[in-house]
Design a binder for this molecule. Structure first.
Ligand code: SAH
Length: 490
């Protein structure tokens, strides 16, 4: 009918620096719902697990923010995706309008009559110093702060350092590593005290944050010595001295870095709990869970149904048609997490074995059933669930239904090595993740060095040892929280 396709909408979003949790609630909601995400290198990788499954992810990074070419490409891509009718989240590090070139994107959208929203972010210029324990203002020390780009402007026009050197407030330079020699020499040349404290913060608010402190006189030497690399914030002024007292986010005091190897979706909760306990979660999934279609039409023949994991509960309730078909059936849950998953579905299980094992589950159900009763076990493709054994031990008719598959993932070896570099503790919540880890590394474990390994329970520990690794922590309660209790000594 010649009707034009409805245009999509663009969201220019600031994601804050480094630390994933510095994302705003609004940004999170929009990213979760967007059809297309265009992002750059300054955002936390964890943000990329928020988009819906079929969202299109486009990386358009630029090492050098002055790169005009790539900015045109970003503008064009943004416009093009919106004209396709998509809801597009353009996600940038920090704030989009603080040297983020968000303005140019808005202009391109405006020219094409595309609707947009702007979601400010926490800019690195104040938050990265805060993560280094440096306040940009402080009563009696600094009454203003001034933020500059350390890059030269178009046509090579440099800042007016005669004016800048006279400022009494804190000076903050973004993108200031490359031209630091010019910045320092101009400040001194126009009268700034050469003993003025300077801090350079690399990769702020991430687990790789590094802070170098000196003064205008010696900072260049330190930069060379420490091989300082972008992205980094340079902050100049007496406030830098407060770091001695205010520093908090430092690797020695910090925070165990803990690798989460479980399925991407399940990792979310575990990572949150690691953060809550003061650790730093790093996710690298080694399995993927896929719920299956299962036929639950004949439930009435069972006297009891046993759930062997929270995933099983989830998959089961995706497939059940009428909840009343469970009316007179006894329900067993293998552990507290499975119990909670059932309770979310308004089912209070009749029993949970003392030991969180499927063998115990099969044993305990005896009390709730009679000889020759049918019992269904809802489980995964790889669960150690031996119905023949239970049938002969307990004189009942156990059947199992596989409600989900756990697919081992082969992760690129280089990627594993890169990720492991900063890890203190590796967690394994199932034997299959251990195996996938082993296979991804081709069995080569000498790189583990003094990294610790934490296991969810005896079966997983057995696999870890069988494959030639050692177990440093084994949970007493066989849950993700049980592992964290051990690690954090709760
Ligand atoms: N819009 C961003 C800045 C983009 S310019 C913001 O508001 O934060 C890119 C520069 O930001 C980098 O060169 C560096 O100076 C600074 N920067 C961004 N994230 C940083 C981080 N996590 N640690 C240190 N510097 C960072």
């Amino acid at each position: 009918r010649g009707e034009k396709m409805k245009k999509g909408k663009a969201y220019i979003i600031g994601a804050g620096p480094g630390d994933f949790e510095l994302l705003t609630i609004k940004a999170k909601r929009i990213i979760e719902n967007a059809d297309c995400i265009i992002y750059d290198r300054l955002i936390s990788e964890d943000i990329l697990r928020l988009p819906k499954k079929d969202a299109e992810l486009i990386y358009l990074g630029k090492g050098n923010t002055e790169g005009g070419l790539i900015q045109d490409e970003i503008n064009q891509t943004l416009v093009k995706k919106c004209l396709e009718g998509k809801s597009v989240a353009r996600v940038k590090g920090g704030d989009p309008f603080v040297f983020g070139r968000g303005g140019e994107e808005v202009e391109a959208l405006f020219q094409n009559e595309i609707e947009f929203e702007i979601i400010p972010g926490i800019t690195s210029s104040i938050s990265v110093p805060a993560y280094a324990g440096i306040p940009v203002t402080h009563r009696g020390i600094a009454r203003s702060f001034h933020i500059f780009t350390g890059h030269t402007m178009e046509n090579g026009k440099w800042h007016n350092f005669e004016n800048i050197a006279k400022l009494e407030g804190t000076l903050v330079f973004l993108m200031g590593v490359k031209n630091l020699d010019l910045i320092v020499s101009d400040l001194i040349k126009y009268g700034k005290d050469s003993k003025t404290p300077v801090a350079i913060i690399e990769k702020g608010a991430t687990k790789n944050q590094r802070v170098t402190v000196g003064n205008l006189e010696n900072i260049l030497e330190l930069v060379e010595k420490n091989k300082i690399l972008p992205p980094a914030i340079t902050i100049i002024g007496e406030v830098v001295n407060l770091r001695e007292t205010f520093k908090w986010f430092e690797s020695d005091k910090l925070a165990k870095r803990i690798l989460v190897t479980r399925d991407k979706k399940q990792a979310v909760e575990m990572s949150e709990n690691i953060s809550k306990r003061g650790g730093i979660p790093v996710e690298l999934p080694f399995i993927e869970i896929e719920n299956l279609k299962i036929d639950l039409n004949n439930l009435s023949k069972y006297k009891a149904i046993l759930f062997n994991s929270p995933n099983g509960v989830k998959a089961f309730f995706e497939n059940i048609k009428d909840i009343r078909s469970l009316a007179n059936i006894k329900i067993g849950a293998v552990g507290v997490k499975t119990k909670e998953a059932l309770e979310k579905n308004k089912i209070i299980p009749d029993f949970v074995p003392e030991e969180y094992l499927v063998d115990r589950l099969a044993e305990d159900v005896v009390k709730y059933t009679e000889e020759n009763d049918n019992i269904l076990i809802v489980t995964s493709d790889i669960s150690p669930c031996d119905t023949d054994k239970y049938n002969s031990l307990y004189k009942r008719n156990y059947e199992k239904v596989v409600a989900y598959n756990t697919k081992k993932l082969r992760v690129d070896r280089e990627k594993v090595l890169e990720t492991l570099k900063d890890i203190d503790i590796i967690t394994f919540l199932s034997s299959s993740t251990v195996e996938a880890f082993y296979e991804s590394l081709d069995g080569d474990f000498f790189i583990l060095g003094d990294k610790k390994i934490a296991s969810i329970g005896p079966m997983t520990s057995e696999t870890i040892r069988r494959l030639g690794m050692k177990v440093d922590y084994e949970a007493e309660k066989y849950t993700a929280d049980g592992i964290l209790d051990k690690i954090f000594g709760a």
